[in-house]
Design a protein around this ligand. Sequence first.
Ligand SMILES: NC(=O)C1=CN([C@@H]2O[C@H](COP(=O)(O)OP(=O)(O)OC[C@H]3O[C@@H](n4cnc5c(N)ncnc54)[C@H](O)[C@@H]3O)[C@@H](O)[C@H]2O)[C@@H](O)CC1
Ligand SMILES: [K+]
Length: 509
Amino acid sequence: MKILSAADIYKWEQATLISQNISSVELMERAAEALFQAIQQYVGERQASFVILCGFGNNGGDGLALGRMLHMAGHIVRIHLLEHTSYSAENEINQQRLHEMDISISSLSPESILEFPAKSILIDALFGYGLARPLDDRWKPLLYQINTASNPVLSIDIPSGLFADKPTPIEAPIIQAHLTYTFACAKLSLLFPKYASFTSNFQILDIGLEKNIENTLSTPYEYLQKEDVQLLIRPLQKFSHKGTFGHAYMVGGRYGSIGAAILASKAALKTGCGLITAYIPACGYTILQGAFPEAQVETDPLDTHISMFPKQITDYDAIGMGMGMGTHPDTEIALRQLFERLKLMPSIPHLLFDADAINILAKNPDWHVLIPPNSILTPHPKELERLIGLWTDDFEKIAKVRDWCRRYQQIVVIKGANTAIVLPNEMVHFNSTGNPGMATGGSGDVLSGIITSLLAQGHTPADAALLGVYLHGLAGDIAATTIHERSITATDIIAHLSSAWQHLQNPYL
Ligand SMILES: NC(=O)C1=CN([C@@H]2O[C@H](COP(=O)(O)OP(=O)(O)OC[C@H]3O[C@@H](n4cnc5c(N)ncnc54)[C@H](O)[C@@H]3O)[C@@H](O)[C@H]2O)[C@@H](O)CC1
Ligand SMILES: [K+]
């Protein structure tokens, strides 16, 4: 699914009005109907109480129309509307509809002192994507009352005060929504860690905007969902043997962190490659063989860390390296020598660099040109910062990574909530699976194993990165259905990979 700018969403809406021959009030009614259905699901069977805070534009219009529908469904509804000199036409029509039904509208101003009945749900319909500039300090008292109330806050389209597609200063007043119902497509701001306290969760509501028109709008940003990754899956063949599914080579571990190599290796095999060989320092031999009998193991001559890469490393289908590997100068020299060797070869295995492999690359910017094109790097934010330098906000971070990927023709997977996969063509795919419980030691090693496995199975690097990230998050989400998010471990993610595959391949789930 595309992630569009506010300007493009506006264009999409306007073109839909013409193509479907409907009025903007009718489209607003459709949006309010979608909201109403979603909120009915949220409250379940019970009668609920709502306080709806409406602005003077179309976001406010959505709130007014929603208020009417909730009232008609028997809920207790209080509607507050910002005093203003002029309202949007759709807003006025919906005010009129409420008057006709004798549903009262209280006035609201930034100075209002509000009382929220206990257990009522607050609906934020103050500002949507039409926000033209950050809200000024005048709005602080009103938004403070909403943000500090113990009531749940549901935002319509976007938390009021937040820009959809450009940086918002976080010192400006912004609604802290528990859940945002956003129309038609995801918005960039809903995906960025900097705004996490305003946007903890969101749900996309389909309001029937015309698909053909969406196809004409170009954007470098995509929101990666089940239907996108399903297209990337390769079917299993009846006469397959273990060689068919590829042989992954997992390089990592040092004295004290052999577990990282074990997790990555197990995840690789559970993702479906036929064989894995782990390459680790000698101290890990018994540990790895004991913990994971399905793995083949090769060891470095040194006991404590990796000091060389064996000649046969290039014989495998894919290499994943860096998990728990350390940045010992011997390892650093070995990596440099590997790059020199790869340069001379006509064809080489697909490569994934994680953790300490990235730290070594970050320390040596002049090696970036040596990284074979189309390799995958999977940094967490700190490793990314070491690789590309500091950024001031998430928009700049994405811009810098896009630039880096184009320049060096690499794929970067920025790990975190809504992991972003940035491709050499500068497309950015934000993942829709995963949960905070996955921020746990070893989770990244598992991701490296999954992606390396998909590379070994013959997926293109871009497909392997997209499918792998989605699958990893999905396994974590399925784990969270039976294990509390606080208790999820990397091993649990591996244990649920099988269910993730099942879920992904089942059209009815
Ligand atoms: N256009 C359409 O067909 C649809 C629009 N929808 C809703 O419409 C919203 C967009 O509506 P609008 O474009 O009317 O915009 P908004 O409702 O977001 O608000 C815009 C109003 O706020 C004012 N404003 C902007 N920044 C301000 C600031 N910092 N301080 C004070 N006032 C400020 C603007 O001048 C304008 O009057 C969407 O977010 C969505 O909720 C939905 O009903 C779906 C259909
Ligand atoms: K809003």
